[in-house]
Design a protein around this ligand. Structure first.
Ligand SMILES: NC(=O)c1ccc[n+]([C@@H]2O[C@H](COP(=O)([O-])OP(=O)(O)OC[C@H]3O[C@@H](n4cnc5c(N)ncnc54)[C@H](OP(=O)(O)O)[C@@H]3O)[C@@H](O)[C@H]2O)c1
Length: 327
């Protein structure tokens, strides 16, 4: 690799899946005033990265072509912009990018989207956290209104797709609060999801799993819905009188149902949730990992030279935990 050039993965049009990714040499980016330049140590992939490639978030993302995908990274600071106050060269960090850049050897991050990473938190664990961890945190706190300090009266929760990137964090965070957690996942992951703290686990392919029925007969005060494709009619009979379904992959029908339920003062509600990355909350998650209170399940690790394998895995939709790419 020549001076000032780095290996990166790019795509130049919408669609194309893993075959649309190209290995390129591009200039190492230069940090602006409020940015740090990172030598990346790990990057995690999210279903969001696929949605961006498919053009589902146009015209907002990608901002332009060619585009280097992936938003969640861990690395070491190797240069700081003039206005950066809280980081210096050599600091280990976790960062989240607004518009990609993570499938590369180097990337720039805004200081405001970067948090310190203590030695107890590995690069892979750090990179896994931003989108998935924050979505789980936001769905539980902002969506379901839970406190994660155990001070609530006991809340009955259902977490769907509890073996996935968001779901496996949601189970662990939920159990920091006063909750009874019912979870759904595939049969092969039941033991894992129980080990993360779920009180009862349903195989989503079983009749009760498909109907989302609690084995202990509980009605859910809140559902953290990390799977996709269930109609309101499946949730409704399983909810307590004021039960809410927090849908983290909201389609237009979810926004319409939400609006209609508001207008009709419905007590049971389907609530769309879009997570907005937040530095303080990311710091909180890193601290939980440091303290051993939040674990990251790693589905698989792939070298940057085989990033298309990682991309194909996230397309497949059967990750257990998080998919990591390492330079
Ligand atoms: N609103 C936001 O800000 C936000 C943020 C992050 C993610 N999301 C969205 O949240 C969703 C989940 O994200 P993720 O990263 O957790 O995905 P993921 O890791 O790719 O989820 C894969 C897991 O889901 C399980 N699964 C699939 N269908 C299921 C079902 N019907 N019931 C139970 N488990 C099922 C799979 O189990 P098997 O392998 O056994 O099938 C697999 O373990 C995605 O749609 C993503 O776009 C939204």
């Amino acid at each position: 690799m020549g001076d000032n050039l780095m290996h990166a993965i790019q795509y130049s049009t919408y669609g194309g899946g893993a075959a649309g990714l190209k290995h390129v040499e591009v200039p190492i980016p230069t940090p602006k005033q409020d940015e740090v330049l990172l030598k990346l140590e790990a990057t995690s992939l999210n279903p969001l990265d696929l949605k961006i490639q498919k053009g589902l978030i146009r015209p907002f993302l990608p901002r332009k072509f060619p585009h280097i995908p992936a938003t969640d990274v861990a690395g070491e600071v190797i240069k700081v912009g003039e206005g950066v106050k809280n980081f210096k060269v050599g600091d280990k960090v976790v960062a989240v990018f607004g518009s990609g850049g993570g499938l590369a050897e180097y990337a720039v991050a805004k200081e405001s989207s970067t948090v310190g990473r203590p030695p107890e938190v590995s690069a892979a664990e750090g990179a896994a956290l931003p989108i998935a961890g924050l979505a789980a945190y936001e769905a539980l706190t902002r969506g379901a209104g839970l406190k994660l300090d155990g001070s609530d009266q006991q809340v009955n929760l259902l977490i769907t797709a509890a073996s996935g990137g968001v779901g496996h964090y949601a189970v662990q965070l939920a159990k920091l609060g006063n909750t009874h957690v019912t979870a759904t996942c595939g049969a092969r992951n039941i033991h894992l999801v129980k080990s993360l703290g779920a009180d009862e686990v349903l195989d989503y392919k079983s009749p009760d799993g498909a109907a989302l029925k609690s084995p202990s007969g509980r009605k859910y005060d809140a559902v953290i819905h990390c799977a996709t494709g269930f109609p309101w009619s499946t949730f409704e009979p399983n909810l307590s009188a004021n039960g809410k379904v927090i849908d983290i992959s909201p389609r237009p029908i979810v926004f319409m149902t939400f609006a209609l339920q508001k207008l009709t003062f419905s007590k049971k509600q389907l609530v769309p949730l879009i997570m907005l990355p937040n530095k303080e909350k990311l710091e909180y998650l890193v601290k939980l990992v440091k303290e051993g209170k939040l674990k990251t399940v790693i589905d698989s690790k792939h070298p940057l030279s085989k990033a298309e394998d990682a991309w194909a895995k996230i397309i497949d939709g059967h990750a257990t935990g998080k998919i990591i790419v390492e330079p």
